[in-house]
Design a protein around this ligand. Sequence first.
Ligand code: FPP
Length: 254
Amino acid sequence: MSDDTAQRNRPDAAVPRHIAIVMDGNGRWARSRFMPRQAGHRAGVDSVRQVVETAGHLGVEALTLFAFSSENWSRPNDEVSVLMDLMLRTLQKESARLHQNNVRIRLIGERSHLSERLRLEIAEAERLTEHNTGLTLVVAVSFGGRWDMLQAARRFAQDVREGVRDPDDLDEALFSGYLSLDGLPDPDLLIRTGGEQRISNFLLWHLAYAELHFVDTLWPDFGAEELKAAVASFAGRERRFGLTSEQVERLSRA
Ligand code: FPP
């Protein structure tokens, strides 16, 4: 990797520009309280609220939340319905407040798999908040990192077929522009709650240089303090992007 990559990514930044979160552990949180899994998902929405607010206060530019993966469609039908319904109701309830707080809402994922009602609500929230300049809140729904790379490759191939692009021009920057997070910096920090230590087909392209922060805390127990602790842990890390420590030090003094 070049000096350029390190420079662009501000290796000395104390606050991540972009945080991505795998929100895991709702089911276990509910089970430990002898409650149905959906109670865990509902409690998870409170954590989403706290984390969005705190990320905004910390000056984070973008927050990407993995709300529903391509693979989650294989869960029992009633759980899928509960999650879709929760997403719809949360959007209806929270969009106006997020807009007041200058948050820009964006959805990434396979929209064609979502109900028309949910698609309309998403489009409305995106339209309402599109000119906001504060935190960009990206919600990944029916999303998978492999799906994202495939849809990007398909669209690029289409542009080649139409003569808009030349395959020889394809480089990282150009390919990134076809991916769902186009226009946002790569996540600097990935947080996963719930004790598992894996990426689970999340942002496969974009997490190339992310710092990873795994915690046992179940998602409904994750709030402002846990997010601040994750950011503090990030601030203590040396990000090298393939360079040596000495090179990174020189860059941060420049
Ligand atoms: C994983 O926990 C969590 C999910 C699959 C859903 C996350 C969704 C929310 C928090 C609510 C909706 C979000 C927004 C942005 C409105 P799990 O069910 O896999 O938990 P387990 O591993 O303990 O079973």
